[in-house]
Write a protein that binds this ligand. Structure first.
Ligand SMILES: NC(=O)c1ccc[n+]([C@@H]2O[C@H](COP(=O)([O-])OP(=O)(O)OC[C@H]3O[C@@H](n4cnc5c(N)ncnc54)[C@H](O)[C@@H]3O)[C@@H](O)[C@H]2O)c1
Length: 326
């Protein structure tokens, strides 16, 4: 590997703009190429960023031999692309979720365990400043033992026609897409998930996947959790709170903070400051440090596989629909 890392992006849709920007501004990285099956997207990226464009991602790997690759395609392609990159010794920043289903996720995780190259899953909220602040409060023991976790990432987004509307391409809708972020945040803050229940359905939009879902679960530490997601819920419903036995914390503004804390003992509110920065800068700096051998990856194929299993189990429970009420 040369000291300047050659980077390439597979999938030149919506989220690729974040990856392109991050590779372009990172020290010691040169963004050299991009691939997409959509020739128009390839031409646009070539013109805008002066990179080499390909409509066949394998041809790009053959010709460019990059050191690091972003996978920004729909989840159903992550297995094939991720495993092949790892087998070629290419480190991967793969967009979340890990895959469209658990078997694909297992295959990626097995390949990642075998490989010397790094495989990170872009669960970017682990680097979101307000979540870092929440973690500081929890780790300090301020609110005591966590009893209840609640995270809502819901609003109104028309996704008919998008890959998120296709069961085959996405593996699920709002729960797979945003619920996986919430489940990963829970894992990062409070540990693994032990069991789940769920309702998920297609309520408003013309799509094969869920546009409204609610998942409740129990963590291995005994904390109960609730995740609310939806593409078809008018307004914006970003809520975040954790209740412990000594008090509770909440983020009224998930994006800017502060973390508000109320304690049983003092019956007073206080605020915990949010560090500066943005989640994508933190995420890419962390990945590059891991590729350079300076740190261990925080978001791996294995941690993402746990989320994949929790979401898969939630969909399984949603199909059962619980205990009928007569
Ligand atoms: N971390 C985040 O906050 C975040 C935000 C948005 C999307 N995502 C994730 O990123 C991934 C992509 O989402 P998006 O919104 O950018 O989707 P998108 O539909 O806008 O873009 C996907 C691109 O992949 C291309 N593609 C499909 N099959 C391909 C193939 N075989 N070879 C090359 N290119 C192919 C499509 O043509 C399209 O341009 C998803 O897994 C999604 O969950 C993450």
């Amino acid at each position: 590997m040369s000291s300047t890392l050659q980077a390439a992006v597979i999938g030149l849709g919506n989220i690729s703009s974040v990856h392109i920007e991050q590779w372009q501004k990172a020290d010691g990285v040169e963004l050299v190429a991009g691939a997409d099956i959509n020739a128009e997207a390839v031409a646009k990226a070539q013109d805008a960023h002066g990179i080499r464009g390909f409509t066949d991602w394998r041809e790009m790997l053959d010709k460019i031999e990059p050191d690091v690759v972003s996978i920004c395609t729909p989840p159903a392609m992550h297995r094939e692309m991720g495993v092949e990159c790892l087998q070629r010794g290419v480190s991967v920043m793969c967009e979340k979720p890990l895959a469209a289903d658990v078997p694909d996720g297992e295959e990626i995780a097995a390949a990642a365990r075998e490989a010397e190259a790094k495989f990170m899953v872009a669960y970017c909220h682990r680097w979101h400043p307000t979540i870092i602040a929440v973690k500081q409060v929890l780790d300090a023991g301020t609110i005591g033992r966590s009893l209840m976790f609640r995270c809502a990432f819901a609003g109104w987004n028309i996704f008919s026609g998008n890959h998120r509307a296709s069961l085959k391409l996405a593996g699920g809708g709002a729960l797979m897409d945003n619920g996986s972020h919430a489940a990963d945040i829970y894992q990062y803050l409070l540990g693994r998930i032990a069991n789940v229940s769920c309702r998920a359905g297609t309520k408003v939009q013309d799509m094969e996947t869920d546009d409204v879902a609610i998942m409740i679960f129990e963590g291995q530490n005994g904390c109960y959790g609730e995740i609310i997601v939806g593409y078809s819920l008018p307004g914006s419903h970003t809520e975040f709170r954790i209740i412990g036995d000594k008090g509770f914390l909440r983020l009224d503004d998930y994006f800017a903070g502060p973390v508000k804390i109320w304690l049983r003992e003092t019956q007073q509110w206080s605020e915990h400051a949010v560090p500066a920065g943005n989640r994508f800068d933190g995420e890419f700096a962390h990945f590059l440090a891991a590729v350079r051998g300076e740190t261990e990856l925080l978001s791996t194929a294995d941690t993402a596989l746990h989320v994949q299993k929790a979401i898969g189990a939630a969909y399984e429970d949603a199909r059962r629909k619980g205990v009928p009420v007569s």
